[in-house]
Design a binder for this molecule. Structure first.
Ligand code: OAD
Length: 244
């Protein structure tokens, strides 16, 4: 892939980018996500039906964040953020905080964040550490029992769609890393980017569901292939620095 004419880049990441840090991906071979069916824990309906189950599921995932660290793929993407002179937007579907802990700044969490809460009483969103549980009090209005994880569940609108769409329309290169391509709208970003004239690259352990839509697919571990790709793209920026 010729990266010499690239100015604006959009990178999309999924669970595969955090797999080598020790966080489980969603679609394991048994179709379960850490022992749960997705619809039992990842929908507003599930939260209304059994808030204790949903809270304990996300509390466990939040606690797990303290036991893991960014891997070489997160670190390489943070280096890209620091050194890429053109436009860049890193869109992650992940609710972990490994991209920001690695140092990424031009970052958008389209499916929300484990480290944030949302009060259904007053509508405020805020940072959250530790367990949340059913009786959590809102730091803004003080009411207990109305706080939920600030995670986008199935049937809810992902965050930042306007900004993402704008970046996709402007980008010259779209790169998808560690995502199965099973969940829309993220699975459709490659089509928007291509339609608007961008080159497209997939980096994944196996071909994703949308693999044929990419100009190029690199199969392997993100921890190995992402640093290689970042080196490549930064090299091209350093060798032809004008006009970015
Ligand atoms: P998935 O679990 O569906 O897919 C993870 C992908 O990463 C798979 O294609 C794996 O082959 C690949 N993979 C695993 N290890 C890898 C590695 N070391 N290097 C590179 N690739 C690797 O996860 P997502 O596509 O992120 O949404 O799932 C999308 C959304 O579905 C999630 O954000 C979540 C879920 O339901 C919400 O919670 C709203």
């Amino acid at each position: 892939m010729n990266t010499e004419d690239v100015r604006n880049i959009v990178v999309l990441t999924g669970a595969g980018v955090s797999a080598e840090s020790g966080l489980a991906t969603f679609r394991g071979p048994d179709g379960l996500w850490e022992g749960h069916r997705v619809e039992d824990v990842c929908t507003p309906h599930a939260f209304r039906r059994d808030p204790a189950l949903v809270h304990s599921f996300y509390d466990a995932r939040r606690a797990k964040l303290g036991t893991v660290a960014p891997n070489t793929a997160h670190e390489a993407l943070a280096r890209l953020d620091a050194e890429w002179p053109g436009g860049l937007l890193l869109v992650t579907q992940n609710v972990d905080d490994l991209h920001e802990r690695a140092g990424s700044r031009r970052l958008l969490h389209m499916h929300g964040e484990l480290t944030r809460g949302w009060c259904l009483g007053c509508g405020q969103r805020f940072g959250w550490a530790g367990p949340m549980g059913e009786d959590a009090s809102c730091p803004s209005c003080g009411k207990a029992g109305r706080v939920r994880p600030d995670i986008v569940w199935f049937g809810e609108m992902p965050y930042g769609m306007e900004k993402i769409d704008e970046a996709l329309q402007r980008c010259d290169l779209f790169v998808s890393i560690g995502t199965s391509g099973a969940v829309y709208p993220a699975a459709g970003f490659v089509q928007t980017a291509r339609y608007c004239g961008a080159s497209t690259l997939e980096i994944n352990l196996e071909p994703s569901l949308g693999s044929t839509m990419f100009n190029e697919t690199r199969i392997g571990r993100a921890g190995e292939l992402v640093p290689e790709w970042v080196d490549e793209v930064l090299q091209s920026a350093h060798s032809s620095p004008i006009s970015r």
